[in-house]
Design a protein around this ligand. Structure first.
Ligand code: FAD
Length: 307
């Protein structure tokens, strides 16, 4: 029951102000966010690289309300690409972007988001890396996939994300499973209505397995984005069944979640990519992480109570 409430709160400006101002919030946020500044994020990249991991970097930002914010977000990613190039981190570190941070929901949003994300994709390629377009709520999926298709005409390595909770996603997996595509499969993190998405967790899990089979059987590069031990085990089994070598798929997990499991997979010879968010606009991301696991909320509330 708490999950939907937290997901609704994730989009409330008044709750954002209260939660962001509470001093006790910070230590809990630090568990999931690698710092507010680029240098802090790069420190985490180096540390994870030392443990044999790849990363994808998210400069936090979403749901902007004017064009100047889109330009600021674009510039933050351009600075990030510059740093990756400068430090030679490109091959190990890719970037994840949310198109809502590039103006997707503003008037003329499809063109605006494309115009703003294109230089980032170009800068990523120059730095020897690539970009994955995160997937947001279901109203954005058609637009995001259309922008992806346009970007892939020049940059075929641009990655997509699909969410197994959406009814449409098996079809999207079939469409995206072709040669050269990179597809991150996740369960989905937004509050979605019953008209478009499975509401029962077991249904979402079953759909995840169906989608993973399609991606593993296809010719693209599947990216298994889950902390669920069952999904990880099924991913390993499917990789074996479809004869995929360790560099023909990868596991992905979020910064701060199941770190020991991340290390275990690397030790077993799997490619493991950690999604590292950084920046000041952490509220929406943080609330979605709380919503995924009620124990996180209990931890947060306990730290409030013990002050
Ligand atoms: P669950 O069944 O939710 O969790 C399995 C187990 O993982 C839990 O029992 C717990 O042990 C652990 N766990 C899961 N979440 C947490 C948490 N927050 N804190 C502590 N432990 C936890 N969603 C989108 O909608 N769009 C995206 O673009 C997107 N990108 C993602 C990128 C990556 C690399 C990953 C890993 C996830 C991404 N997600 C995205 C989030 C995803 O949709 C899920 O909400 C999230 O991964 C939780 O689902 P799960 O598969 O881990 O399984």
């Amino acid at each position: 029951m708490l999950g939907p409430v937290l997901l609704a709160a994730a989009r409330s400006d008044s709750i954002r102000r209260v939660v962001s101002a509470a001093p006790v919030t910070r230590p809990v946020v630090d568990r999931y966010v690698a710092g507010e500044r680029l240098d802090q994020c790069l420190e985490s990249v180096r540390s994870l690289a030392g443990h044999g991991m790849e990363v994808t970097l998210d400069h936090l930002g979403e749901d902007i309300t004017d064009r100047s914010e889109a330009l600021r977000n674009r510039d933050a990613y351009l600075a990030l690409a510059d740093s990756l190039a400068g430090e030679g981190l490109g091959p190990r570190a890719e970037m994840s972007v949310k198109l809502s941070a590039f103006g997707q929901a503003l008037p003329g949003g499809d063109d605006l988001a494309y115009a703003n994300v294109l230089p980032v994709v170009e800068a990523a390629a120059a730095a020897g890396t690539t970009v994955t377009l995160d997937m947001e709520d279901h109203t954005t999926v058609d637009s995001t996939l259309a922008i992806l298709a346009k970007l892939r005409e020049r940059f075929p390595q641009t990655g997509a994300v699909v969410q197994s909770y959406l009814f449409r996603t098996e079809d999207d997996c079939h469409a995206l499973a072709g040669e050269g595509s990179r597809v991150r499969l996740v369960k989905g993190a937004y509050k979605e209505p019953a008209e478009v998405a499975f509401q029962d967790k077991r249904e979402v899990d079953r759909a995840y397995v169906r989608c993973l089979k399609i991606l593993m059987a296809g010719d693209g590069y599947p990216m298994i984005g889950s902390h669920d031990p069952r999904m990880v085990a099924i991913g390993q089994e499917l990789a074996r069944r479809f004869g995929r070598k360790p560099d023909e798929y990868e596991f992905q997990m979020l910064y701060g979640i199941r770190a020991a499991e991340q290390e275990r997979l690397v030790a077993e010879g799997h490619r493991m990519r950690v999604y590292i968010p950084y920046g000041t606009d952490w509220y929406g991301y943080f609330m979605r992480r709380l919503a995924e696991r009620p124990a996180n909320l209990a931890f947060f509330l306990r730290s409030l109570a013990t002050r």
